[in-house]
Design a protein around this ligand. Structure first.
Ligand SMILES: Nc1nc2c(c(=O)[nH]1)N[C@H]1C(S)=C(S)[C@@H](COP(=O)(O)O)O[C@H]1N2
Ligand SMILES: [Mo]
Length: 348
């Protein structure tokens, strides 16, 4: 029996994908990680009165019913989505937030339309610099904080999708039905779900989810002084064998996935001696922009004992995965080689 998702919080739902479901290139919708700031389960979205509003620095404000969205040219693209906080619990020094292990990531083929086609219908005014997305989920707390995020205009015009399908199915409610933004290769926070409003702005949107969180800063610093979390940084995860597994001597396949956001994967190397020596892994499976690449290394384990396995990826811009992650107060972007080491035992 395949394992169910690892639920971290029930309301709102935050749950990660079990490792064994990270072994396929496509992550099935049912086990795809779920990350929510607010409640959505009681949202009743009726397509007949749903509309996408486009406002702000546009020549003509528009609102598009769903039938018009699906009449625009359809594209299908793969995109590996990762929560900024993924692997947080593997950091050596604790950081606050959901205790993700490695399952806050998944790869899907998304069907939808290019954001640039929608912006072209409205027409951009001079001074358009950012595009904000607003979700329909329940605003948070007494202040009624809405999930609103903005991305720079270049990203919006070059490689941002508005998705209404996920792996060939209508976008599931948990993943943002009926429409979500997908800034391809960028972390989940930039990919607003249950989207119903786009506003074109002259500067980044100011609000809780832009200024207080999803920024890289140190303890005691003003969150706003830190960089906004944008593109996914190079990383690799080992999905087989699993930590603490006891294995027989012989050929032990070491498998995993590597991803680098907007960049591709050039190579992955594997070490079975805690990083002393490295050998090339074979890249396997589909190779597509914005999508992870799986790798495999057949390790000949001859002698019994404990072994620490590590993987190290390099992206197509020649940037290597860092040996240890850059620590920050909210524990974002843990992509350290050492933090992702897996220790196993080979039986004598
Ligand atoms: N409206 C809305 N969009 C949202 C969120 C949210 O809480 N509300 N969470 C974001 C975060 S932090 C992540 S990691 C992704 C998770 O997408 P998933 O649940 O489809 O995997 O959605 C993003 N979009
Ligand atoms: Mo996230």
């Amino acid at each position: 029996m395949k394992k169910k998702m690892r639920v971290m919080t029930e309301r709102p739902l935050n749950a990660e994908t079990p490792i064994e479901h990270l072994r396929t290139w496509i992550t099935a919708n049912a086990v795809f990680f779920k990350r929510n700031q607010g409640q959505f389960k009681d949202l009743s979205i009726d397509l007949t009165d749903w509309k996408l509003d486009v406002a702000g620095l546009v020549k003509k404000k528009i609102n598009l019913p769903f039938e018009e969205i699906i009449r625009l040219p359809k594209v299908e693209v793969a995109d590996t989505l990762e929560c900024s906080g993924n692997s947080r619990s593997l950091l050596k020094h604790k950081a606050s937030g959901n205790p993700w292990t490695i399952g806050g990531v998944g790869n899907a083929v998304w069907g939808g339309i290019w954001l640039k086609d929608v912006l072209a219908l409205a027409g951009l005014k001079d001074g358009a610099r950012h595009v904000s997305f607003e979700g329909l989920d329940k605003p948070l707390g007494k202040a009624g904080i809405k999930f609103i995020r903005s991305i720079p205009i270049d990203k919006a015009m070059s490689s941002t999708l508005l998705a209404y399908e996920m792996n060939g199915e209508p976008l599931p409610l948990e993943h943002g039905y009926p429409l979500r933004a997908l800034a391809l290769g960028w972390t989940g926070a930039n990919c607003v779900k249950w989207m119903h409003r786009i506003e074109v702005l002259d500067k980044p949107y100011e609000g809780f989810f832009m200024d207080k969180v999803y920024r890289v800063f140190q303890k005691g610093e003003d969150p706003k002084s830190g960089e906004v979390v944008k593109d996914i940084q190079i990383k690799s995860i080992i999905v087989e064998p699993e930590k603490d597994q006891v294995l027989s001597a012989g050929i032990v396949p070491v498998r995993g996935a590597a991803y680098a956001g907007e960049a591709g994967i050039e190579k992955v190397e594997v070490s079975v001696d805690r990083g002393k020596t490295w050998q090339a892994a074979r890249l396997v499976g589909p190779e597509q922009p914005y999508a992870w690449r799986h790798f495999e290394f057949l390790w000949e384990a001859t002698t019994g004992g404990d072994y620490t396995i590590m993987a190290r990826a390099t992206d197509t811009n020649g940037r290597p995965q860092p040996e240890t992650a850059l620590w920050n107060a909210l524990g974002y972007g843990n992509n350290g080689v050492r933090e992702h080491a897996v220790t196993v035992r080979i039986k004598d």
